[in-house]
Design a protein around this ligand. Structure first.
Ligand code: TXA
Ligand code: MG
Length: 370
C-alpha cells in the first residue's frame, strides 16, 4: 500500500481520489468527522470491511458503524437488508431523534436480517460489518468532508475510529498517520475534529431505549426527545461477569496510552488536592521518569520541569471532551510514563460528564477518589 502524506489537504482532487479508493474493493481512507477521524471502507464490500479490522487490529466481534450522507441511503440500506418488505421501514421511535439531531453525533441501531445474501442488490451490507448481529449501527455525520466523501463515492461507508485498537481515538490527521501509516493510501486532513469524542450510540429497538455508548450528543438532549425520556443510561458492564455484553465494543481495553494512567477524582471542592499524600506519592515515586498532570483543577504547587509535564484538561464538559484524546496521545509522544488525570467530581456527576468518565475511566488503570 502506498503511504499517505501526513497532510492530504481537503481539495476537490483529494476528495475525488478518496471517493475512488472507497469504491475499489479493499480500499480504505482516513477521513475527518465532527466526532473523531474515521477509517473508512465500503460497507458493502467484504474485502474492504475485512481490511478495516486488519488495519486497526480490531477483534472481529466488535461491529462497525455504517455512515450515510442522505436519508435515501438509509432507506436503501433498510430495504436491501430486510427480508419482509412490510418491515422495511425506519423504526417509528427514531423519527423525532433523526429529525432533531441528524446529521450529527448520534448513531442508532437498525434491525437487519442476517440471512440476506442477495448478490444482485448493491446495498446488502458485508457480513463483516455486524459479525452476524441482527442490528446495524447507522450514523449520519454532519462534517462536510465526511458527507462529501460518502456522497461522492455513492457508497455507505463503514468506519470505526481511525486508531489502532486499544489506543486513544484520533482527533487530528497526524494521529491517524501515526497509527496507520503504511497501511492506508490516503488520509484527508480536515484539521481538528470539533467534538473530539465519538458519537453517542443508542438502541431504540428495546423498551425503554438504552444508551450503548455515551458520546458527542449529550444524554440530556436525547432525553428531551419524545420516546427517549426514559433512556437507560447505566453502563455498568463488567468484563468478567456473566451479564450479556450489550454492546460488543465495551468489553475491550480501550483509549489507552503507553503510560500508566491514574484518574484522580476530587470529591471535596474545598480541599487542595495537590497537597494530598496520594498525589505526592505518585509524582515523587520515580523522579527519573516523566510524569504528567493533566488537570481540570490547575496544578497547585507543582511547576513544570523536565520530568513533570503540566497540561490543562479544560474546565467544561465540552472542553474536556475536545482535549482528552489529544492530550493522552501527546503524553505518549513525550514518553511520559505516568499520567495523573485530575477531574472534579461535579464534572462526572453532571449527566453530560458520563462520556468523560466512560473514556477516561477506560484509559485509566486506576481510579483514585480523594
Ligand atoms: O463517532 C463515531 O461514531 C466514530 C466516527 C468515525 O464516526 N466511529 C466510531 O466507531 O467510534 P467505532 O467502531 O470506534 O465504535 C463503534 C461502537 C462500538 O462501541 C461498537 O461496539 C458499537 O458502536 N456498535 C456498532 N454496531 C453495533 C451494534 N449492531 N450493536 C451494538 N453496538 C454496536
Ligand atoms: Mg473506536
Amino acid at each position: 500500500t502506498e503511504s499517505p502524506n501526513i497532510n492530504d489537504p481537503v481539495t476537490e482532487r483529494n476528495l475525488q481520489k478518496a471517493a475512488k479508493i472507497i469504491t475499489q474493493a479493499g480500499g480504505l481512507v482516513g477521513f475527518p468527522t465532527e466526532t473523531v477521524y474515521g477509517l473508512g471502507g465500503s460497507a458493502i464490500n467484504d474485502e474492504s470491511t475485512a481490511n478495516i479490522f486488519k488495519a486497526k487490529n480490531r477483534p472481529s466481534d466488535n461491529p462497525l458503524i455504517v455512515h450515510i450522507s442522505s436519508m435515501n441511503q438509509l432507506e436503501r440500506i433498510i430495504t436491501a437488508n430486510t427480508n419482509n418488505p412490510s418491515k422495511a421501514k425506519i423504526p417509528e421511535i427514531y423519527k423525532p431523534l433523526i429529525e432533531k439531531f441528524w446529521p450529527g453525533p448520534v448513531s442508532i441501531l437498525i434491525p437487519i436480517d442476517t440471512s440476506i445474501n442477495d448478490k444482485n442488490n448493491p446495498y446488502v451490507l458485508s457480513k463483516n460489518v455486524t459479525n452476524n448481529l441482527d442490528t446495524v449501527a447507522i450514523r449520519f455525520p454532519s462534517d462536510p468532508v465526511a458527507r462529501s466523501l460518502i456522497a461522492l463515492s455513492d457508497t455507505p461507508i463503514a468506519a470505526p475510529s481511525a486508531n489502532t485498537s486499544t489506543k486513544p481515538s484520533p482527533t487530528m490527521a497526524s494521529h491517524v498517520y501515526h497509527d496507520l501509516k503504511g497501511k492506508i493510501p490516503l488520509i484527508l486532513d480536515g484539521g481538528n475534529c470539533n467534538i473530539g469524542l465519538e458519537s453517542t450510540v443508542i438502541n431504540g429497538l428495546v423498551s425503554p431505549p438504552t444508551l450503548l455508548r455515551p458520546g458527542g450528543l449529550s444524554i440530556k438532549e436525547i432525553k428531551k426527545v419524545p420516546g427517549f425520556e426514559n433512556l437507560v443510561t447505566e453502563l455498568n458492564i463488567k468484563k468478567d461477569s456473566n451479564e450479556p455484553v450489550r454492546t460488543p465494543g465495551m468489553k475491550y481495553k480501550h483509549y489507552s496510552p503507553n503510560a500508566m494512567v491514574y484518574l484522580i477524582i476530587n470529591t471535596k471542592p474545598e480541599q487542595n488536592i495537590f497537597k494530598s499524600e496520594a498525589i505526592g506519592k505518585l509524582i515523587n515515586a520515580n523522579e527519573t521518569s516523566k510524569s504528567a498532570l493533566v488537570s481540570e483543577l490547575g496544578f497547585g504547587q507543582f511547576k513544570e520541569s523536565d520530568n513533570l509535564i503540566l497540561r490543562e484538561l479544560g474546565t467544561t464538559v465540552k472542553d474536556i471532551q475536545f482535549n482528552m484524546f489529544r492530550l493522552l496521545r501527546e503524553m505518549d509522544q513525550l514518553s511520559v510514563k505516568r499520567i495523573l488525570l485530575i477531574v472534579n467530581n461535579s464534572t462526572l456527576e453532571d449527566e453530560d460528564g458520563l462520556a468523560i468518565i466512560n473514556r477516561l475511566g477506560k484509559a485509566a488503570s486506576e481510579k483514585v477518589y480523594i
